[in-house]
Design a protein around this ligand. Structure first.
Ligand SMILES: NC(=O)c1ccc[n+]([C@@H]2O[C@H](COP(=O)([O-])OP(=O)(O)OC[C@H]3O[C@@H](n4cnc5c(N)ncnc54)[C@H](OP(=O)(O)O)[C@@H]3O)[C@@H](O)[C@H]2O)c1
Length: 277
């Protein structure tokens, strides 16, 4: 796990734009939050884009802005990625337009805050479909293409909640444990096929996440909150460097490191108080 402090992030995000020229990235969840930041950062490096999420309007607005500012091609694909078979449908849509994907930013996801038994099972399984099944399917479908070409990059978005059980976010945290475990294993498996797989594990970040999860923000959580831009920068920098995983923010790293020194019962208790469960 690479440690990156918040202060380091903006200064060291340069990127070698030549390498990225003419490449195309698919960013899921590109209508809000960190997805907007990956889009802007990649466009600034002259990477062409496909933006995918349910809400068309914010993606069209972003696409127009990025085309104007950076002269890149941006295609908008409105799609509900929590519907079974959505990943294959998205691939078919892109194939029909002859759009090859060189970089997959597997970012769409959401959380559900509250007791598991007080949350509708339908909402929980919808979240699992998006956070686990679709992420897995997209990694397979686009990973196969990349491996056939012997080159490609996949960024998976796990979480600081990947590292321990989290009362109040039980199923969400478990989906993110899956993403981290899956992604780090793929990092090793796909390396020999020329595909880089990197997991970004954000701590609490200022996006639409809390509203989507109906989650309260406790004073401790507010103190730990990072901005979306440095979090996205950290993820992309780790991707270009070929890291297996990265955790942005010094305090987030301290929290995860402390897990090595404490029993799981204590980790659960700390998370319970931080997430306000
Ligand atoms: N913010 C945090 O504190 C935090 C911490 C750790 C990890 N993460 C992870 O970071 C990723 C990005 O989230 P964010 O923080 O940027 O939150 P956000 O602002 O709520 O963005 C979530 C994105 O996912 C898309 N999405 C949600 N459901 C979808 C569906 N069914 N089909 C297609 N797209 C869907 C949303 O677009 P539409 O609503 O338009 O579909 C939106 O663009 C997520 O995987 C999240 O779990 C966030």
């Amino acid at each position: 796990m690479q440690i990156v402090t918040q202060a380091q992030a903006p200064e060291t995000f340069a990127g070698k734009s030549n390498e990225r020229t003419s490449r195309r990235a698919l960013i899921t969840g590109a209508s809000s939050g960190m997805g907007l930041e990956y889009a802007e950062l990649l466009a600034a490096q002259k990477v062409n884009l496909v933006l995918a999420a349910r809400r068309k309007e914010p993606m069209e607005k972003l696409a127009a802005e990025l085309r104007r500012k950076y002269g890149v091609e941006v295609v908008v694909e409105p799609i509900d990625l929590a519907v079974p078979g959505a990943a294959a449908r998205l691939k078919t849509n892109l194939d029909e337009k002859s759009l090859q994907i060189d970089i997959l930013v597997n970012n769409a996801g959401y959380g559900l805050h509250g007791d598991f038994l007080d949350t509708s099972l339908e909402r929980t399984t919808n979240m699992i479909q998006l956070n686990i099944t679709t992420v897995t399917e997209l990694s397979f479908i686009f990973g196969q293409d990349m491996a056939a070409r012997g080159t490609g990059h996949i960024l998976l978005i796990a979480s600081i909640l990947s590292f321990q059980p989290v009362p109040g976010f039980a199923a969400y945290a478990a989906t993110k444990s899956y993403v981290l475990s899956f992604g780090e294993a793929l990092h090793d498996e796909m390396h020999s096929r020329g595909v880089t797989v990197t997991c970004l594990c954000p701590g609490h970040t200022e996006t639409g996440f809390d509203a989507a999860a109906s989650a309260p923000v406790s004073p401790v959580l507010r103190f730990l909150t990072m901005k979306a831009r440095p979090t996205a920068e950290t993820g992309l920098r780790a991707l270009w460097k070929g890291k297996a995983s990265v955790l942005p923010g010094f305090l987030n790293n301290i929290i995860v490191f402390s897990n090595r020194l404490t029993p799981r019962s204590m980790q659960r208790a700390v998370m319970k108080s931080v997430t306000g469960a």
